[in-house]
Design a protein around this ligand. Structure first.
Ligand code: 2AM
Length: 217
């Protein structure tokens, strides 16, 4: 009946504690600000603007999207495939409401999204949907490869795109494309993967407390 239908959330995920959200946002803003000023970035500016001579303010280019979180399962109130099975999973029920520490291992920017890659532990992988399709293109990537936090989206881009952008970069890596090493930044090493895809591998992963829960909206 209708009650059953609304008993599943829009999505499950890890929600960053509000005290650390600002810190993560600041780190992301600092990165965007620095990226904006790099000659290498300016050289590839047309990836973002479509025109070589135009300028772009990356901090304005991306819009923040609500509470920072790492989606585990998008349920769409039960309409998404596997939603019910996921909600009934023992680990999901057992860990619901528990605190975790997420490790953010990289930041990435594309003309569509900016996000943070989340490197999941074995325990955290228990909450990753087993039916996840981790495929982008032809390469099959390890379970949980898509784990990320959406930090911002370009105009008219939906947050679901962030995970797809991350998978695209990981697929390039898996296919043996090393990317173009750009420079060592304070936070880590910056690599360019073409078509406006930038990856900053953090020297020190950012560890952040997060609670496993769900969002109804
Ligand atoms: P995100 O995880 O990349 O940020 C509500 O829309 C949340 O569910 C957002 O956080 C969004 O993206 C995520 N989401 C939306 N549609 C999705 C889908 N089809 N698959 C996985 N996650 C999705």
């Amino acid at each position: 009946g209708p009650l059953e239908e609304i008993s599943l959330p829009l999505f499950f995920g890890w929600f960053l504690l509000s005290s650390v959200q600002d810190k993560v946002r600041c780190t992301s803003m600092d990165f965007l600000k620095t990226l904006d000023t790099l000659e290498a970035f300016k050289k590839h500016l047309s990836d973002f603007t479509g025109k070589a001579e135009k300028e772009v303010d990356l901090e304005q280019y991306f819009q923040a999207k609500g509470t920072l979180h790492c989606t585990t399962k998008f349920c769409d109130y039960g309409k998404a495939p596997g939603a019910k099975e996921y909600a009934q999973n023992t680990a999901v029920k057992d860990y619901y409401g528990s605190a975790f520490e997420l490790s953010l291992s990289a930041l990435f920017v594309t003309p569509r999204t900016v996000g943070a890659r989340v490197s999941l532990t074995e325990e955290q992988l228990l909450l990753w949907p087993a039916d996840a399709i981790e495929e982008a293109g032809s390469a099959s990537l390890p379970l949980g490869s898509r784990a990320h936090i959406t930090l911002g989206c370009a105009e008219n881009v939906e947050p679901v795109q962030t995970g797809l952008d991350l998978l695209e970069i990981l697929t390039l890596q898996q296919d043996g494309q090393q990317g173009e090493p750009i420079e060592e930044m304070e936070l880590g090493s910056l690599t360019y993967y073409g078509e406006g895809r930038w990856l900053l591998t953090l020297r020190e992963p950012i560890c952040t407390p997060a609670r496993f829960s769900s969002f109804y909206g």
